[in-house]
Ligand binder design. Structure first.
Ligand SMILES: [Zn+2]
Ligand SMILES: [Zn+2]
Length: 156
C-alpha cells in the first residue's frame, strides 16, 4: 500500500453507512465498498474485482458492477467520467479535481486554489448544475507521453 493511502476501515461502520443510504449491506457489498475506499487509484470495476476476489474468492464480476452502480446511485461513490474509457469510480466525495493521463489512464486527485472557488456560470440554459469537477488531460510524465506518441505513430 502506498504512502498516504486511506487506512483500513471498520466493516461495521461501512455497513451502517450503506444502510443509512438505502443500500443493502451484504458482506460482499461491504467488501466492495471497502475496496473502493482503500484506494486512491479511481479503480475500474475490473480493478475492484481483483482486490475483492482475494478476500472473497466467490465474488463475481457482475456483483462488482451492480454494487458499484448501487453505491453510485446511493451517493456513496462518484463516477469519474472520461470519454471513451471504462467506468472509473471514486470513493472520495469531497469536492476535488483530477489529472487524467491519456497514455496509461492513471487518474490522480488534484486541488488548486484557482479551482477551489470556480464561479458557477448560472444558469446554464435549463441545466441543473450540482457539482463541478475539472479534469486536466495530459500525461503523467515524459515516458507516458512518449509511449502515447509511439502508439499514435503505429496506428497512423
Ligand atoms: Zn500515465
Ligand atoms: Zn478523485
Amino acid at each position: 500500500m502506498s504512502a498516504g493511502a486511506p487506512k483500513m476501515r471498520d466493516l461495521s461502520e461501512l455497513a451502517a453507512r450503506c444502510r443509512a443510504h438505502g443500500v443493502k449491506a451484504t458482506p460482499q457489498r461491504v467488501e466492495i465498498f471497502r475496496a473502493l475506499l482503500e484506494t486512491r487509484e479511481h479503480p475500474s470495476p475490473e480493478a475492484v474485482y481483483r482486490v475483492v476476489k482475494r478476500r472473497m474468492p466467490t465474488v463475481s464480476l457482475a456483483t462488482i458492477y451492480k454494487t458499484l452502480e448501487a453505491l453510485h446511485a446511493a451517493g456513496l461513490a462518484r463516477l469519474v467520467s472520461h470519454s471513451g474509457e471504462t467506468k472509473r469510480y471514486d470513493g472520495r466525495l469531497d469536492p476535488h479535481h483530477h489529472l487524467v493521463c491519456r497514455s496509461c489512464g492513471r487518474i490522480t486527485d488534484f486541488n488548486h486554489p484557482a479551482l477551489k472557488d470556480l464561479a458557477l456560470p448560472h444558469p446554464v440554459d435549463d441545466f441543473i448544475t450540482d457539482e463541478i469537477s475539472v479534469q486536466l488531460l495530459g500525461f503523467c510524465n515524459a515516458a507516458c507521453r512518449e509511449k502515447q506518441n509511439k502508439q499514435e505513430n503505429n496506428n497512423g
